[in-house]
Design a protein around this ligand. Structure first.
Ligand SMILES: [Cu+2]
Length: 133
């Protein structure tokens, strides 16, 4: 086998290994679970107040306000309980704000509020998650 042919075969096999590696990397990134969106809770807002996600998405709420808050489904589908504020806020210290996650499997509109600061007293402190198929 001439040296030149051998060399080009080597180059070709290296190229194949490279493309195969890239294909593997592309596969693993599309099949591994990706981090879902986060809704930030502050005094007194959910941000974004309306979030649209695909069915099967896990949504996380993060308390980043100075007070404790909850994310509580209006239809009683979930209730985070009290989520503490981040370190240095309110009566708590040492740690990041409390989080809560819920996975939306069925398309629809899901409204929620904070049970500690109810809509009767804080009418703008409500949120909704719109789940599309
Ligand atoms: Cu609250």
């Amino acid at each position: 086998m001439p040296v030149r042919a051998l060399r080009s075969a080597l180059v070709r096999s290296r190229f194949l290994v490279l493309t195969f590696g890239l294909a593997l990397a592309a596969c693993s990134s599309s099949t591994s679970p990706s981090a879902g969106p986060t809704i930030t809770i502050r005094d007194f807002s959910f941000s974004p107040s309306t979030l649209t996600v695909r069915a099967g998405t896990t949504v996380e709420w993060l308390n980043d306000g100075p007070s404790s808050h909850t994310t509580t489904s209006d239809a009683a589908l979930w209730d985070s309980g009290s989520l503490k504020p981040p370190s240095g806020s309110g009566a708590y210290s040492g740690g990041s704000g409390g989080t809560f996650s819920y996975t939306f499997m069925t398309p629809g509109t899901y409204t929620y509020h904070c049970s500690l600061h109810p809509p009767t007293l804080y009418p703008a402190f409500v949120g909704s998650v719109v789940v599309t198929p």
